[in-house]
Write a protein that binds this ligand. Structure first.
Ligand SMILES: [Zn+2]
Ligand SMILES: [Zn+2]
Length: 373
C-alpha cells in the first residue's frame, strides 16, 4: 500500500477504475482515478492514472484516453467531486492516453485546459506541412504515428477534430507557479511537452516521465525535423526537447527536485497499482534506476553491433523478446533502439551508414557521455 492512500473503490487487478484518496499531512487531498487504456498486444501500460487535486484552486491532471472522458466524470462523481468544483484540467503531455478524453470532458464541462506551450502548437493541423498526404488532417503531434489506417480511422478522427478547436492556456518552460503551492516543471524527452506538477513539499504528479515497473519510451531526436516548422521560432534546438539525451537530462532534474523536496509522494500516470499490487516510487532511486537501465541498454546495443552493422529492426529483433515484437511491437521496439542509437552517435560509439544501418565504432564512451549530460 502507498503512504497516505485510502482505497475508496476497488478496481480490477490492473487497477482499472479504482478510486483512491491520498490525504497528505497538510490536509491536501488528491484523488487517483485510473481509466481504462488498452490497445491490444503485449505492450500494456496499465490504466491511465488521472488525478483530481483539491488544492485552493482545484484541478484535474489528465483526461484519460479517447472515449474515457465521461467515464472519468462518472468516477469523479462517485467520490463526490463535481466538474464545477474544478478550475481547470492540466494535460501532462500530448499522448492520446492522457488527452484523448478531452473531447468528451470539454463538451460536458467547459473546463479550462492548461498544457505546455509546445502542446498548443502540436495539437493543430497544418495540412500544407504534413509529411504524407494521408496525414494532412492529423495534428502535428501525430505525424510520426505508425499505427495503420484500420486503427486511426476507427479511433482518432474525432479526437483530432476536437484538438483542432481547443483553446489552451499555455504553461512555459522551466518551473512555473500555478498557485501558492502548485508548481509545474517542463521535463521533455518522453514527449516534448511533458509537465510534472509539484504540490508543495508533499506530492509530485509525474505523468509518464517516471513510471514504476516499466521504462517510459524516449522520443527520437529526429522527430524534431518533422515538426520543426510548426514550433519555430520558439523552439529551434532538437536536443532540448526531443530524444534520449533530453529525457536523461529530465531524469537528472527529477533527482535534483527529489533532493530539494525529499518527502514527495510520487504519483505516476501508469502502474501505480498493477497485477494486484502497489508500486510505490522513490523519486531519486527510480530516476537512478532508469539512468542505469539506459546505460545498460546502450551497452547491449554496442555488443549487438560488434559483430556487424545492423538496421534498427534487426537490433530490436535480437534485443527484445519475440512476444514484444508481434504486431505493432516491432515498430515500438525499433523506435526505442533508434533513440538509443542517436545517443550512441552523440557519444561517438556508433555511426550510421548510408544504408541506414548502424555500426559500432569500437568506442564505449556512452556511460561518460550520459554522466556528463
Ligand atoms: Zn506518454
Ligand atoms: Zn501514458
Amino acid at each position: 500500500m502507498i503512504e497516505h492512500a485510502e482505497v475508496i473503490h476497488r478496481g480490477d487487478r490492473s487497477g482499472n477504475e479504482m478510486a483512491v484518496r491520498f490525504r497528505l499531512p497538510s490536509g491536501l487531498e488528491i484523488y487517483g482515478l485510473p481509466t481504462k487504456n488498452f490497445y491490444g498486444g503485449h505492450w500494456d501500460l496499465g490504466p491511465t492514472w488521472n488525478y483530481a487535486v483539491l488544492a485552493d484552486r482545484p484541478f484535474l491532471v489528465d483526461a484519460g484516453k479517447f472515449g474515457q472522458g465521461n467515464r472519468l466524470l462518472a468516477m469523479m462523481k462517485a467520490v463526490s467531486i463535481s466538474d464545477t468544483d474544478l478550475d481547470f484540467v492540466l494535460i501532462s503531455h500530448s499522448h492520446e492516453d492522457h488527452d484523448g478524453g478531452l473531447a468528451e470532458l470539454i463538451e460536458a464541462t467547459q473546463l479550462d485546459v492548461k498544457a505546455h506551450a509546445i502542446y498548443d502548437h502540436l495539437i493543430r493541423q497544418y495540412p500544407a506541412q504534413s509529411p504524407e498526404v494521408k496525414k494532412k488532417d492529423f495534428p502535428a503531434k501525430c505525424w510520426h504515428c505508425f499505427m495503420p489506417e484500420s486503427f486511426y480511422s476507427k479511433n482518432c478522427f474525432e479526437y483530432h477534430r476536437v484538438l483542432q478547436g481547443l483553446t489552451v492556456n499555455v504553461i512555459g518552460n522551466g518551473q512555473t507557479q500555478l498557485g501558492p503551492d502548485v508548481h509545474t516543471y517542463h521535463l521533455p524527452g518522453h514527449s516534448p511537452d511533458c509537465l510534472a506538477v509539484r504540490l508543495g513539499d508533499e506530492a509530485l504528479i509525474v505523468g509518464d516521465i517516471i513510471l514504476p515497473d516499466i521504462s517510459p519510451w524516449p522520443t527520437r531526436k529526429a522527430m524534431f525535423d518533422e515538426v520543426a516548422q510548426v514550433i519555430r521560432p520558439a523552439y529551434t534546438d532538437a536536443a532540448a526537447i526531443f530524444g534520449l539525451s533530453c529525457y536523461i537530462q529530465s531524469l537528472k532534474k527529477l533527482i535534483r527536485i527529489a533532493h530539494d523536496h525529499p518527502e514527495l509522494l510520487v504519483l505516476p500516470a501508469h502502474r501505480l497499482y498493477y497485477n494486484d499490487r502497489w508500486n510505490p516510487v522513490d523519486l531519486a532511486s527510480r530516476a537512478r534506476q532508469l539512468l542505469a537501465h539506459h546505460i545498460e541498454r546502450c551497452g547491449a546495443i554496442v555488443q549487438i553491433l560488434n559483430s556487424k552493422p545492423k538496421a534498427a529492426e534487426e537490433i530490436a529483433a535480437e534485443y527484445f523478446e519475440d512476444r514484444l515484437l508481434e504486431g505493432y511491437g516491432i515498430l515500438m521496439a525499433a523506435n526505442e533502439i533508434i533513440s538509443h542509437c542517436e545517443l550512441l552517435m552523440e557519444s561517438g560509439d556508433v555511426i550510421r551508414k548510408d544504408d541506414n544501418r548502424y555500426a559500432a565504432s569500437g568506442g564505449t564512451q556512452f556511460e561518460t557521455h550520459i554522466q556528463n549530460l
